[in-house]
Design a binder for this molecule. Structure first.
Ligand code: ZN
Length: 116
């Protein structure tokens, strides 16, 4: 599974979008996120239950005030600023670790040693 199209629970992102709309109004929020009004209203409504990682990442990058791991702590980089990597036995590769799960196959990583 590709990291980019991973689906995330929408709630932390909708909450963030609502706060942005409260603060700036929907037109300015849309401008800051490089979205249209409809996209802003839809995401702030909490109507979609999931959002794509790539979409959230792009919107947060455009808006610039919030890192994705402030909403989704599983994407927090390790202390040296690099994403955490670990060896996945199933993938037989060094993979991005999402908590104790393999970022590629969702398999458990708890039994393996983090290498980063
Ligand atoms: Zn794996």
């Amino acid at each position: 599974m590709s990291f980019e199209c991973e689906m995330l629970p929408a709630e932390p992102f909708s909450e963030w979008m609502r706060a942005l709309v409260d603060r700036y109004g929907s037109a300015e929020a849309a401008h800051r996120c490089q979205l249209n009004d409809r996209q802003v209203r839809r995401n702030a409504s909490g109507e979609p239950t999931t959002v794509g990682f790539g979409f959230v990442d792009r919107v947060l990058t455009c808006e610039g005030s919030t890192f994705i791991w402030e909403l989704y702590p599983q994407f927090a980089p390790s202390e040296d600023g690099q994403p955490t990597h670990a060896w996945c036995k199933a993938c037989k590769e060094e993979v991005p670790a999402l908590g104790d799960q393999c970022g590629w196959c969702d398999g458990p990583l708890s039994a393996v040693e983090a290498v980063a």
